[in-house]
Design a binder for this molecule. Sequence first.
Ligand SMILES: NC(=O)c1ccc[n+]([C@@H]2O[C@H](COP(=O)([O-])OP(=O)(O)OC[C@H]3O[C@@H](n4cnc5c(N)ncnc54)[C@H](OP(=O)(O)O)[C@@H]3O)[C@@H](O)[C@H]2O)c1
Length: 398
Amino acid sequence: MSKVLLIGAGGVGSVVAHKISQTPETFTSLVIASRTVARCEKIKAQIQARRPFPIETAQVDADHADQVARLIALHKPKLVINTALPYQDLSIMDACLEMGVDYLDTANYEPPDVAKFEYKWQWDYQARFRERGLMALLGCGFDPGVTNIFCAHAQKHHFDEIHYVDIVDCNAGNHGYPFATNFNPEINIREITAKGRYWENGDWVETEPMAMHKPFDAVELGRMEIYLMYHEELESLCKNLQGLKRIRFWMSFSENYLTHLRVLENVGMTSIEPITFQGQQIVPLQFLKAMLPDPASLGPRTKGKTNIGCFIEGIKDGTPKKVHVYNVCDHEEAYRETDNQAISYTTGVPAFIGAKLMLEGKWRGQGVFNVEEMDPDPFMAELMVRGLPWVETVDSDS
Ligand SMILES: NC(=O)c1ccc[n+]([C@@H]2O[C@H](COP(=O)([O-])OP(=O)(O)OC[C@H]3O[C@@H](n4cnc5c(N)ncnc54)[C@H](OP(=O)(O)O)[C@@H]3O)[C@@H](O)[C@H]2O)c1
């Protein structure tokens, strides 16, 4: 029975809060804290219109570890779930260390002034979390998150060695706007406009942004064009999978989305370099974010499905084997259950499951962990019953 502090009241935080409120056997109460307290209040009201559950709200600027530490001291949670932005990861981890509380997030740290994300900054907390006897679970969304766990499941149950992994993230959702991003526009656009990168035979191979692409037939979605991108789970999986020769990440985009993005990029609207406008410093990408639809507002409008999964090839008992593990999620069903579309849902449900397993003692450890380092079985079982059932196809030469 545990109280949890949830920081960040966007689409992902909202789904985590909904799922927690459905699970009183593990979670006793919830504090939702964010920069704009009105968003916490809105989530609280949406949940309490559906079911009674004890929820408090609070204002916090999580860029400041001392503010987070004060909140922890006041509410004494068993766990802090970070669904704010990657910029806040380190300050929230600092506060957890100071106050002796476990930590969970869905996206790795990214400095606000450099469009670069990597685990190094958070892996550097390893010794401090271990010495304090605390657990930090990193990247527990869908990708990263479930995709890592699909790989861990394949490694445990299907392969002696995994040689090739292709992670494929397809979204056929239609929200009716000419252009909008499905999660935080700033983080999303920084990710997409970066160079592509994949890991092969021990080295990183770099490509121009969106230069490698191919058609792909996604189960239940149909034909989509998928683009090779760098994605953060590649960094931990290339260390944690045995015998790996190559790992890549692909994401689907419509031609309409890419045309809008190209225009915005060409006129400088995706830049993170500050400019002076009418005597004020503004960051073009942050201004663009203010102009675009709030991802949380896409929920009631979005129709269609997502399909995210892993194609894994390797060897079992000397015989080549191929496994495809994936989940299909319906935007409208996700909205009916949690007032959020499938992108927030597919991220928030795994964060909730990770929190549940940590609080129930099924996932424990001292130090900083990526999810594939944990036993995949209890997580795979929870996915089946918490709204993200998975399908597996196995193709073996034996
Ligand atoms: N692993 C995955 O599969 C995956 C997929 C999608 C997203 N994500 C990650 O999930 C996280 C949340 O995404 P989202 O779509 O829910 O984003 P979002 O809608 O932009 O919500 C972010 C929330 O964090 C709050 N926030 C921002 N800065 C803050 C600060 N300094 N102090 C306190 N709160 C702050 C925002 O407050 P305001 O309302 O005041 O702006 C907002 O409520 C992001 O880190 C994203 O990268 C992971």
